[in-house]
Design a protein around this ligand. Structure first.
Ligand SMILES: [Zn+2]
Length: 343
């Protein structure tokens, strides 16, 4: 399963143009972390950001150890993780090759430090007590990983769509990581509807070709999670971590303006955005293959892809559930401007 030969590296998304990332500090990887509750459009945002020169999108890196190293699931490029030349090179640079023992160790550390309930301790690590050394070890592994990804992609800014607020709080304790967080929000009613739908994970399919299902949540459960994650990401900015709030709906409405702004936030050149066609009717983006380790199944899509607002919830989410979600999430919905909008 674990291959240590480097192989020939295909050009990473970041290498398609010659423009280097601005002010890159060797050894201190810059990470653009996409945070927010799942089903908020982070996968499509990540893919589009990954088309910017000087960036490398890697999917939900938090799942690399289990789904990539241990389960050998399919990379976004279509190869099994162990046969993907990009990840083989990253593993060689970071750890001298992928080590299942390290994967087991990191997966064991995760529930001990990287959990929403530990966020108070992550804000003041002295509260973590004996878990402090485990936090250092856990985050140190991420640092080596980010550094190797950035180097393997020619000094690129790493785009990690892990989404979890607790991981962002872990990462901000490591001064060796130049962390910049894009806090992605989407209307809680759309998020709740999306969590009730069945979505298959083709990369985790069985021999008969049946994919495993992605997790589903009830509207009340997803509402509580939506509020919690968004409050924690809001607090992150007030604690001094560089954070940018982005509404998914604004991204699909004005992708050119949003990408230009996020490129500036990440200190990468926006370039000519030739991969993007924006119109008032319908925008689309030309997606190239990427080496994403986990995420929504749309990570496998390549070629022209429509960017359109997914408003299915307006027709499909039953009224009772809609009222429930609106009530449970009203203060933040109002703060993000969702209650101002008319249909
Ligand atoms: Zn790959």
């Amino acid at each position: 399963m674990v291959s240590t030969s480097a192989g020939n590296l295909p050009p990473a998304p970041s290498e398609r143009t010659a423009e280097p990332a601005a002010e890159h500090v060797p050894g201190r990887p810059r990470v653009l972390y996409l945070g927010g509750l799942g089903r908020s459009g982070t996968t499509v945002l990540e893919r589009v950001l990954g088309e910017l020169p000087g960036t490398c999108s890697v999917g939900e890196l938090v799942h690399l150890w289990q789904r990539g190293v241990l389960d050998d699931e399919t990379c976004g490029c279509g190869e099994p993780f162990s046969r993907c030349p990009f990840w083989t090179e990253v593993g060689r640079r970071a750890f001298g090759g992928w080590d299942p023992g390290l994967a087991v160790r990191t997966e064991a550390l995760r529930p001990r430090v990287d959990r929403t309930r530990f966020i108070p301790g992550l804000i003041a690590p002295r509260l973590l007590g004996r878990h402090r050394a485990e936090l250092r070890e856990y985050v140190g592994t991420f640092l080596r990983l980010y550094r190797a990804i950035s180097e393997a992609a020619g000094g690129a800014v790493v785009i990690d769509s892990s989404k979890h607020s607790s991981l962002a709080y872990c990462l901000r304790t490591e001064p060796g990581i130049d962390l910049r967080v894009v806090h992605v929000v989407r209307d809680s009613r759309g998020v709740a509807y999306s969590w009730t739908k069945e979505v298959r994970r083709p990369e985790a399919g069985d021999a008969a070709g049946n994919g495993a299902l992605m997790t589903r949540y009830s509207p009340s459960r997803s509402s509580v999670l939506w509020v919690g994650h968004n409050l924690f990401f809001g607090l992150l900015g007030r604690l001094g971590t560089r954070t940018r709030l982005l509404r998914y709906e604004d991204f699909v409405a004005e992708p050119r303006a949003v990408l230009t702004e996020l490129a500036e936030f990440a200190d990468v050149p926006a370039g000519d955005l030739a991969f993007l066609t924006q119109s008032s009717e319908r925008s689309s983006v030309l997606l190239s293959p990427s080496h994403t380790v986990a995420g929504n199944p749309m990570r496998f899509r390549t070629g022209p892809t429509a960017l359109r607002r997914d408003d299915a919830w307006r027709a499909q989410l039953p009224k009772g559930r809609r009222v429930l979600v609106t009530l449970l999430t009203a203060p933040l919905l109002a703060r993000y401007g969702y209650l101002r909008r008319s249909r």
